[in-house]
Design a protein around this ligand. Structure first.
Ligand code: UDP
Ligand code: MG
Length: 324
């Protein structure tokens, strides 16, 4: 449009928040975000919520906010698709010059957004925040996540940034890149590294959830972990040829040894327990390797169906006049 007034000249920052049953924290979250918005008044802001099939009043609350303010928008997914897909939906519906991904539960301090914007203005395209320590998180969870990222880093040729979560500011260019990666079984944390772009690391101290409970169960986390490995590494497919090779060599020598013993000393072959052990050992390894092949095959299967990753029930109308 020809007439560009002052408001429209400002850059638009989208705060993208996937929300699944977050009715208890929404008000507090929006209050905190409004403070950030107020202290960065030379930017336009929009808060884009992706309602990921919440069963509580999350959507109703969002609708109320949307009716009363011009900068709060929502996209309502047809069911719960999980955070990874909810974020993809967010990428599809945002038009911001920069997008900040934020969890609804206030474990990540929204106040850091101001600093992220500063670095973005200095030319960084992916300003991500690394958490220093997580309060209230069980030792076991902390330890397993550390071990997992170490393993993933070793197995993958791309850079995975451990501890860097989804809390980050992404330039429009990064968002467009991520929009292009449309696999259904997503591991977004690995994608940030893969797409490249200029990165800047900030640190923050994580808090416990403001309210509500974590939505990740151990089984979900396990699934995400397997997704992470199988989308970024083919090591589990290849490692078995080496394992098989080593076992064959060992088996050959032990066979030679047994034969020699029988020929030279005429000892009886009393191999029942060792045979059982060998059979079970090999059987186990075969099952594991088969399982890994199945895991990859399953991914291929899901992706070849080429289904749209999510469906939208409704979205709020855009009240902010967006550029282009
Ligand atoms: N979330 C979502 N869909 C889900 C699970 C979670 O959109 O199926 C959202 C949730 O509302 C929150 C963010 O993802 O904004 C992170 O979830 P949570 O705090 O439960 O995970 P954690 O911090 O324990 O990793
Ligand atoms: Mg959380």
């Amino acid at each position: 449009m020809a007439v560009a007034n002052h408001e429209q000249d400002k850059k638009l920052i989208t705060i993208l928040i996937p929300a699944y049953n977050e009715e208890e924290v929404l008000e507090q979250l929006i209050n905190r975000l409004e403070i950030v918005k107020g202290s960065n008044s030379h930017y336009n802001f929009e808060f884009l919520f992706v309602n990921d099939g919440s069963e509580d009043h999350t959507l109703q609350i969002l609708k109320k906010y949307n009716a009363n303010t011009h900068y709060i928008r929502y996209v309502d997914l047809s069911r719960n698709f999980g955070k990874e897909i909810a974020m993809l939906a967010g990428f599809d519906y945002t038009k911001g010059d920069a997008v900040v991904i934020l969890d609804a539960d206030l474990q990540q301090p929204p106040e850091l957004i101001s600093e992220m914007i500063e670095w973005w203005e200095k030319g960084y395209e992916d300003v991500y925040a690394v958490r220093e320590k997580r309060e209230e998180e069980s030792r076991l969870k902390e330890w397993t996540s550390k071990l997992y990222y170490k393993l993933l880093q070793k197995m993958s040729s791309e850079n995975v940034y451990p501890l860097a979560g989804d809390f980050r500011l992404l330039d429009k260019k990064c968002i467009e890149a991520l929009q292009g990666l449309r696999e259904a079984e997503r591991y977004t944390k690995g994608m940030y590294g893969w797409i490249g772009f200029k990165k800047k690391e900030l640190t923050y101290y994580a808090n416990g959830r403001a309210a509500g409970v974590t939505k990740w169960s151990w089984t979900q986390l396990f699934k995400l972990a397997i997704n992470g490995i199988t989308s970024y590494s083919t090591v589990p497919l290849k490692v078995w040829s080496y394992v098989g090779f080593i076992i064959s060599i060992l088996a050959f020598f032990s066979l030679a040894y047994e034969m020699g013993k029988t020929i030279l000393y005429g000892t009886d072959v009393s191999g029942y327990p060792t045979m059982i052990a060998a059979i079970l050992f090999l059987g186990g390894i075969q099952l594991i390797s088969l399982g890994f092949i199945g895991e990859y095959l399953g991914r291929v299967f899901v992706e070849t169906k080429g289904r749209p990753p999510y469906f939208v029930r409704e979205k709020s109308s855009e009240k902010i006049k967006l550029k282009d």
